[in-house]
Design a protein around this ligand. Structure first.
Ligand code: AMP
Length: 282
């Protein structure tokens, strides 16, 4: 992989990387398109990274379809698919890892011990293997995006990090490979999560600045759906990810909930709202 990448760079081309775990939806494909708009050649990595899954999580069940992914990625501008095996990435147990520090104390990091250590470690490995000038990540996984930006800054990694907008279904549901776990009935009620975020955004736009009132606005549509079990719903600072008691334009409303077999996450920036997101087929 590194030889391929270095050959492209020797030819004077820039290399972009889109790291993924596969099972592509339109969100992944837009990242590939965005990478292609910035870089001359685009590498898409597909690797379901075992060290970012907890023992009780869905590693074995995680959906996979390499043939479909390959066709879709190539059709949308990928020049190279990097599909390492677990043995390629972890020929020996990974002893040295990237420690995310306090940014993992909040949101998903607080509920998924070791998750972001696994994510940052695999992302740094991929950046070192591919040596891209630019790498594109999705805004949907906002804590991941903040942590990767911070890792690249704190560890002087020579890759520019670009964060692409969240891509949503026509009814607002943020696209996710894990939406495949939803039954038709669960899929029908799942957009309540996005409606909750929209309600907080609308309340902020209407002048509400009280955290409790903003969260109450977000909670109402979500709690209407009995099947949605909230894991967290918080307004956080975009840099520290700590709960914010004085929400501003840049503050992020972040939510995680369980719905049947799926764990869904979503977020929105209060001042920017859903206008920064992309709805497909709306
Ligand atoms: P995953 O395969 O779920 O690990 O995601 C790979 C990349 O796609 C990550 O940078 C995600 O943030 C991004 N991504 C996943 N879902 C979406 C979405 N709905 N909109 C934008 N980016 C997304």
């Amino acid at each position: 992989m590194r030889l391929w990448s270095r050959s492209r760079r020797d030819e004077g081309l820039t290399v972009g990387l889109v790291p993924t775990m596969g099972y592509f939806h339109e969100g992944h494909l837009r990242l590939i398109e965005q990478a292609k708009a910035i870089a001359d050649t685009v590498v898409v990595s597909l690797f379901v990274n075992p060290i970012q899954f907890g023992p009780q999580e869905d590693l074995a069940a995680y959906p996979r379809d390499l043939a479909r992914d390959r066709a879709a990625a190539l059709a949308r501008g990928a020049d190279c698919l990097f599909v390492p095996t677990e043995g390629d990435m972890y020929p020996a147990p990974q002893v040295v890892r990237v420690v995310p520090g306090s940014l993992a104390d909040h949101l998903c990091g607080a509920r998924r011990p070791g998750h972001f250590e696994g994510v940052l470690t695999v992302v740094l490995k991929l950046l070192n293997i591919v040596e891209p000038q630019v790498a594109v990540f999705g805004r949907k996984d906002v804590q991941q995006a903040v942590l990767i930006r911070r890792m690249v800054g704190d560890l002087n990694v020579a890759t520019e990090i670009v964060i692409a907008p969240t891509v949503r279904e026509a009814d607002g549901l943020a696209m996710s490979s894990r939406n495949a776990y939803l039954t038709p009935e669960e899929r029908r009620v799942a957009p309540a999560l996005a409606r909750g975020l929209e309600a907080a955004h609308a309340a902020f736009a209407a002048g509400v600045r009280d955290v409790g009132a903003l969260l109450a606005a977000a909670r109402a549509p979500i709690e209407e759906v009995g099947a949605l079990a909230l894991e967290y719903l918080e307004i956080v600072d975009p840099v520290s990810l700590a709960p914010s008691d004085a929400p501003g334009e840049e503050s992020i409303v972040a939510v995680a909930a369980r719905l049947g077999a799926a764990r869904l996450i979503d977020n929105v920036t209060l001042g920017e709202g859903t206008s920064g997101d992309v709805r497909v087929g709306a």
